[in-house]
Design a protein around this ligand. Structure first.
Ligand code: LLP
Length: 437
């Protein structure tokens, strides 16, 4: 559903607007978000999962706000009928300010403060996802103090860790999230939650990882969670009727990535869960999912202006061309942090110059400040050219920093020929304003 087009002259348009016009109006670097693409993906996930689980107890989709969140996004997600997963007081504040219906908000986090829990319960969030044994008492006592009964899910860890095309089904217990099923913490947590008057246990939660392309990891995780559901029924005489299987669906950063469609994912996971439930003689629980990257990632491209170009001799015939842009690891740290594989393209002109492999780097004082490791660009790319890096809608703005006192770029949404600023560019005054002298 992307509205990005590139014509024979190299002009790139998104939402019917030439990206050069955007660069002129808001400057570079800038995040340009295709509203139709974002909302189309949000609705596709919602439709695919509700459709696939319709024969059973149904499904809901929560957008994971950690991928990218601002008021406009919260309102779109609301209008498009999804829930919202927030994992800090800050994300919750954005959601509430945008008027997001609290009953469709889920609060996550492995170390929630009393203030975050209190604010969520006062607002009336739909669920708090409990991540540790001590948090059971923490949430229960705040709920009791407020005179409410808190709807909670327990996040369990299944030992499955999924990452891109691979998943590891054992031995990934050594991490900070959740309550271990194999270590026994999960069953104990269920017991304690059921015993707490101020808590209503609505279900179990499992999230296995991010940038996942197939359903293999979900299959193992679902089996382990459903085994626990059966054990809870047998030992505690309690029926778990809701399961959240998290997010993690992958996007195409390069041509080696082949994401499944939301329909394929939804049907695949529905079949897996239905089969496991049959084997265990359980009713299929109501399911929910929390995609972030797969909704936000492909919607956005980052525009950069080229500055210095340097051809570095590496000995013998080897050399590397460094194309420097006016942003970098402060607006996209994913290449430095995860060795992510972005691509980029020259916009606004076509060139007869032979393509050559270049490295696109930022302006920060750090040699790891790489935006795109290797990309073919025409060899005459130089100062003033405009580059676009696609698929930067997830975990780029939300992971942005002010490293080297660089202000964060704006995020503009484009739709039907209109440009709208969602988040303005930070200014030097914003940054200096923090400094108390
Ligand atoms: N639900 C839970 C409980 C999560 O922890 C996450 C992501 C999601 C949902 C959404 O996952 P998604 O569908 O976006 O993959 N900064 C990393 C990704 C961290 C993901 C953390 N949790 C990156 O840039 O790759």
């Amino acid at each position: 559903s992307s509205t990005t087009r590139r014509d024979a002259e190299g002009t790139v348009t998104v939402g019917g607007v030439d990206v050069h016009r955007i660069a002129q109006e808001v400057g570079t670097p800038a995040f340009v978000l295709d509203e139709e693409d974002f909302r189309g993906r949000a609705r596709s996930f919602r439709d695919a999962f509700t459709e696939a689980l319709r024969p059973y107890a149904g499904a809901d989709v929560y957008y994971a706000g950690k991928a990218f969140l601002c008021s406009a996004v919260a309102r779109w997600v609301d209008e498009d009928g999804l829930g919202l997963d927030v994992c800090t007081g800050g994300e919750l504040a954005v959601a509430l300010r945008a008027g997001f219906p609290p009953e469709r908000i889920a609060l996550h986090g492995n170390n929630k403060s009393d203030a975050e829990i209190r604010r969520a319960l006062e607002a009336g969030v739909g669920r708090v996802v409990i991540d540790s044994l001590d948090e059971i008492d923490q949430v229960a006592s705040i709920a009791a103090e407020l005179g409410v009964r808190a709807a909670v899910m327990l996040r369990v860890t299944t030992g499955v860790e999924a990452h891109t095309h691979e998943f590891i089904a054992t031995a990934h217990e050594d991490q900070k999230f959740g309550l271990s099923i194999t270590g026994g913490g999960a069953l104990e947590a269920v017991r304690r939650t059921l015993a707490a008057d101020a808590l209503e246990l609505v279900g179990l939660h499992s999230h296995i990882g991010s940038q996942i392309f197939d359903t293999g990891g979900f299959e193992v995780a679902a089996r382990r969670v459903l085994d626990l559901v059966a054990q809870i029924r047998a030992e505690l005489d309690h029926t778990i009727d809701q399961l959240d299987l998290g997010g993690g669906f992958g996007v195409m950063y390069n041509t080696q990535h082949t994401p499944s469609t939301p329909e394929e994912l939804a049907r695949g996971i529905a079949d897996i869960v239905a089969k496991e439930c049959r084997d265990l003689e359980l009713d299929v629980p109501h399911l929910s999912f929390e995609p972030g990257r797969a909704i936000a990632g492909p919607s956005t491209q980052t525009l950069y202006s080229v500055g210095t170009v340097k051809d570095v001799r590496l000995g013998g015939p080897h050399h590397r061309v460094y194309v420097s842009v006016d942003g970098g690891m402060s607006d996209n740290v994913r290449t430095a942090l995860y060795d992510a594989d972005y691509s980029c393209l020259l916009t606004g002109r076509v060139s007869d110059a032979a393509p050559e492999v270049v490295r696109v780097v930022g302006k920060h004082c750090e040699s790891g400040d790489i935006v795109v490791k290797d990309e073919y660009l025409p060899s005459d790319v130089g100062r003033g050219d405009l580059l676009s890096v696609p698929v930067t809608g997830a975990y780029c703005y939300s992971l942005a920093s002010n490293y080297n006192h660089v202000p964060r770029p704006p995020v503009v949404a484009v739709r039907d020929g209109e440009i709208r600023t969602l988040l303005r560019r930070e200014t030097e005054e914003d940054l200096l304003g923090l400094d108390q002298g």
